[in-house]
Design a binder for this molecule. Structure first.
Ligand SMILES: N[C@@H](CCC(=O)N[C@@H](CS)C(=O)NCC(=O)O)C(=O)O
Length: 211
C-alpha cells in the first residue's frame, strides 16, 4: 500500500488519541481527523463500533488498513515516514530497544497504572505480566536516566508515547514527578507538536460544547 494513501485518525480530544495526533504532527504526516464526541457516547454507537468494536480511540484508517491500539498505530505510522528522522529503521541498533519500549508501555506500564488507579491488588509477581509496580517504575527510570530521551541522545517516536503518558500519569498523581521523570516530561512538553495538539483539542472541546 502506498504511503500516499490518506490517513484518517479517529480522535477524541484529551484522550489517548491525542498522543497519536502528536505523533502525526511530529512526523509532519498528512492526515484528516474523524472526531468523536465521547460526552455524547459516539464511540459506543454502531457507526464507530463498525470501525473499532472495542469502542476505543485511537484508531486509524490508512487506505484499506485499519489499525487500532495506540502502540501498534505508533509503530505503524512512524514507519511510514522515515524521512522525519524519528524512526529507528530495521538494522539500526536502536530498533530493538525502540520496539521494546513501545511494547513495555502496553505490556507492563499501562496495566500497572490501571491496577494502581483502580486500587486493585495485582496478585503474585510471577502471575502478573508486569511483575510489580516498583520494578516496573524502576526499570523505566533506569532507562530514562540515560536521557535526555528514552533511547539516549536521539528523540524517537516512542518518546511521543512516553512523554504523553507520563504527563498524564504525573498529573493524575499515579507517578511521582521526580527526576528523571520530571525533566523528561518538561522536555517533551516544550516541543511544538504538544502546543499544536493542545490547541486542536481545545478547539474541538469547545466545538463539542465542553471546557
Ligand atoms: N487498548 C487501547 C486503549 C484505548 C483507550 O482506552 N481509549 C479510551 C480513551 S483514552 C477510550 O476510547 N475510551 C472510550 C470508551 O471506552 O468508551 C489502546 O491502547 O489504544
Amino acid at each position: 500500500m502506498s504511503v500516499m494513501q490518506p490517513i484518517t485518525l479517529f480522535h477524541s480530544p484529551h484522550t489517548r488519541s491525542s498522543g497519536t495526533l502528536a505523533l502525526l504532527e511530529e512526523l509532519q504526516a498528512p492526515y484528516t481527523l474523524h472526531v468523536l464526541n465521547m460526552k455524547s457516547g459516539e464511540q459506543r454507537q454502531p457507526a464507530y463500533l463498525a470501525v473499532n468494536p472495542m469502542g476505543k480511540v485511537p484508531a486509524i484508517r490508512h487506505g484499506d488498513a485499519l489499525v487500532t491500539e495506540q502502540v501498534a498505530i505508533g509503530i505503524y505510522v512512524a514507519d511510514l515516514f522515515p524521512e522525519a528522522g524519528i524512526t529507528p529503521a530495521i538494522g539500526d541498533p536502536l530498533r530493538g530497544p525502540y520496539l521494546r519500549w513501545y511494547v513495555f508501555y502496553a505490556a507492563c506500564f499501562e496495566p500497572a497504572m490501571v491496577d494502581k488507579a483502580m486500587k486493585r491488588e495485582p496478585g503474585a509477581v510471577g502471575m502478573v505480566p508486569y511483575g510489580d509496580l516498583a520494578t516496573t517504575l524502576g526499570t523505566l527510570t533506569a532507562q530514562l536516566d540515560k536521557g535526555p530521551w528514552l533511547l539516549g541522545d536521539r528523540f524517537t517516536a516512542v518518546d511521543v508515547l512516553w512523554g504523553t503518558a507520563l504527563t498524564w500519569m504525573t498529573s493524575f498523581g499515579l507517578v511521582e514527578a521526580v527526576a528523571p521523570i520530571k525533566p523528561y516530561i518538561d522536555r517533551w512538553n516544550a516541543r511544538p507538536s504538544v502546543a499544536r495538539v493542545a490547541q486542536i483539542d481545545a478547539d474541538l472541546l469547545k466545538a463539542q460544547g465542553g471546557a
